[in-house]
Design a protein around this ligand. Structure first.
Ligand SMILES: [Mn+2]
Length: 486
């Protein structure tokens, strides 16, 4: 990548970072060059743009938000770029709240809902196109010459169905505003600083909680996007199976890189760091270092999800025999987890409690652990004391959406202690994990970890497995792997 302009300037003039040189020309630039850069640029304004695909849904979401907080000014920032090191930044991802309400994903954007007599007026505040007259176009680090063309405010208005305004004027406007204000915190320190004497943590939290609970039930657009995410993820898993020999010759990184290629080509990114856990790494729940060896005879636990361009992510896990065939013990553990998952999926239906599918899956796992003599029964005692948890380790699932662990700010009564409704999408992902140093189990179990995870939509009469495109039964997994390796 290129560095920003570093012309010959006196030492004492180089201290101000070029990114702050919004006005006036850089000292090392001749008047002739400056004049040249001002002119002879084509008018590239776009007209008659089609609104983004989810424009009707984002409008409905803003209407629901407006109805919940009448009379309050609501401020929802997209967030700012974060420095990775020196002058490089992490890839930007807009805040979920902002993207959910606007469909826009631009850094430094802010959605403001201004209270009116009968609701709110929405405005989306964005950085406009670069001014060619002042030189910001090519001399400023945020200039379009460096970061690419932005949409003009008029274009943004058409695309998102929300009037757009210059974000550089927003902080001052907010400082001068009167009346109650709520802001989604944690995304834009500059906007929050402009509101410090107007907001309270409690009231802002109510806004955050509302926007988290609003996402519990997905609309048709969101369900379509989640299906796209899952479909890309299925292809990513197929990609991985096809290159297992190359992973054996290198490391788990080959698997991570292979899946990432699919995610970047078909979607926005991976929705979370891929867990590419071969052998005993499967027992480390969030194994994302992915720097270990891949050995025939071991299992590969692959937990990965493609995130779509609209930020919806899949979250799927398969535990595959690297050789193509499970050993007897691997199959025994795998089939137990499969049975637990089947029991869990069967418990996902409208009117069921969110906890039901977890309880159903845990019961099956406890039964097997008792049957195998790993823990003393009866099963009721094991469940009551939670003894199975030494090997089941985690909850059996979570809501899925624009965050992999979606709706995390929802109240306990709306989510964990809540009731399933049509339109909710959640994972069912039981597992069994025998740590490599677990002396409480026979040696043959040690280092074996299995999880099976699918993405389940609650329907009017039960559920639909969005990730049914990937086989789950042990024999079906083997046949599928054989067909891909050809
Ligand atoms: Mn998950």
């Amino acid at each position: 990548m290129a560095e920003e302009l570093t012309p010959e300037t006196p030492e004492n003039e180089t201290e101000e970072p070029i990114k702050q040189r919004k006005n006036g020309l850089y000292p090392g630039v001749s008047d002739e060059l400056a004049e040249s850069m001002r002119s002879h640029w084509a008018d590239t304004e776009l007209h008659g743009l089609e609104p983004v695909a989810q424009a009707a849904e984002t409008a409905a979401r803003r209407a629901a938000l407006s109805a919940r907080f009448p009379g309050d000014r609501l401020v929802i920032p997209s967030g700012n770029l974060k420095v990775r090191s020196n002058d490089t930044e992490y890839p930007f991802r807009a805040s979920v709240e902002y993207a959910y309400l606007t469909g826009n994903q631009t850094e430094d954007g802010v959605l403001v809902l201004e209270p009116t007599a009968d609701g709110h007026t929405a405005t989306i505040y964005l950085l406009p196109r670069s001014d060619r007259e002042t030189g910001e176009f090519w001399l400023d680090g945020q200039g379009e010459l460096w970061v690419g063309r932005r949409h003009s405010l008029a274009e943004a208005t058409e695309l998102y169905g929300i009037p757009a305004s210059d974000v550089r004027e927003l902080a001052d406007a907010l400082r001068g505003a009167t009346g109650p204000v709520r802001v989604v915190r944690g995304h834009d320190a500059g906007i929050e600083a402009a509101l410090t004497d107007k907001v309270t943590a409690e009231r802002d939290e109510e806004l955050r909680v509302f926007l988290s609970e609003a996402r519990l039930v997905k609309d048709d657009f969101e369900i379509g996007e989640l299906q796209k995410a899952v479909d890309s993820t299925v292809r990513g898993f197929e990609d991985v199976v096809k290159v297992l020999d190359k992973a054996e010759a290198t490391s788990e990184r080959y698997i991570e890189g292979t899946f990432f290629l699919r995610a970047r080509v078909e979607g926005n990114d991976v929705g979370y760091g891929s867990i590419c856990a071969a052998g005993p790494h499967a027992c480390t729940l969030h194994w994302v270092r992915n720097d270990g060896p891949v050995r025939s005879g071991d299992l590969l636990l692959l937990d990965a999800g493609v995130e779509t361009h609209t930020y919806y992510t899949a979250d799927v896990t398969r535990t595959l025999p690297i050789s193509g065939t499970y050993t007897e013990l691997q199959r025994k553990v795998y089939d137990a987890v499969y049975d637990a998952q089947e029991a869990g999926i069967a418990a996902v239906k409208p009117g069921a409690k969110f906890r039901d599918f977890h309880d159903a899956a845990q019961r099956v796992l406890a039964e097997r652990l008792v049957e195998w003599g790993l823990v003393e029964g009866p099963v009721e005692r094991v469940l009551e004391l939670g003894l199975q948890r030494r090997w089941t380790l985690h909850g059996t699932g979570h809501m899925l959406g624009m965050d992999v662990h979606d709706c995390a700010a929802a109240r306990v009564e709306a989510y964990v202690d809540g009731t399933l409704e049509p339109g909710m999408v959640l994972t069912v992902e039981p597992g069994l994990y025998f740590q490599a140093d677990d002396l409480s189990v026979p040696e043959e179990y040690r280092g074996v970890g299995v999880r099976i995870e699918d993405d389940i939509l609650v329907t009017e009469d039960g559920n639909r497995n969005l990730s049914a495109g990937l086989p789950r039964r042990s024999a079906d997994v083997e046949a599928w792997m054989a067909s891909l390796k050809g």
